[in-house]
Design a protein around this ligand. Structure first.
Ligand code: SF4
Length: 89
């Protein structure tokens, strides 16, 4: 991991850029697809919603950035779906 010196003489790690291609490859690896059953991103414990004028749905496993590349659809699902604490339908 690369670092750069900060104002206090310490070393601060530099965030590595993540390409849009890597998000796409994670979606492929987790078989992110249109849901056919009751299990959907909409009722998954890994979904988070950010509200900035409108709702932006993200997945904690796929990645959560401000880029539209990490947006998920509530009507989709992947192999890592989990109800967690959310209510089952
Ligand atoms: S179903 Fe998969 S892609 Fe959707 S929120 Fe859950 S873990 Fe993320």
């Amino acid at each position: 991991m690369r670092t750069y010196p900060d104002l206090f003489g310490g070393e601060t790690p530099v965030a590595e850029p993540v390409s849009v291609l890597s998000y796409a490859s994670v979606k492929i690896r987790l078989h992110y697809r249109r849901a056919e059953g009751r299990e959907k991103c909409g009722n998954c414990a890994h979904r988070v919603t950010h509200r900035f004028g409108k709702n932006y749905h993200k997945c904690q496993l796929l990645g959560d950035t401000r880029s539209s590349a990490t947006d998920i659809r509530l009507s989709h699902v992947c192999d890592e779906h989990s109800y967690g604490e959310r209510e089952r339908p």
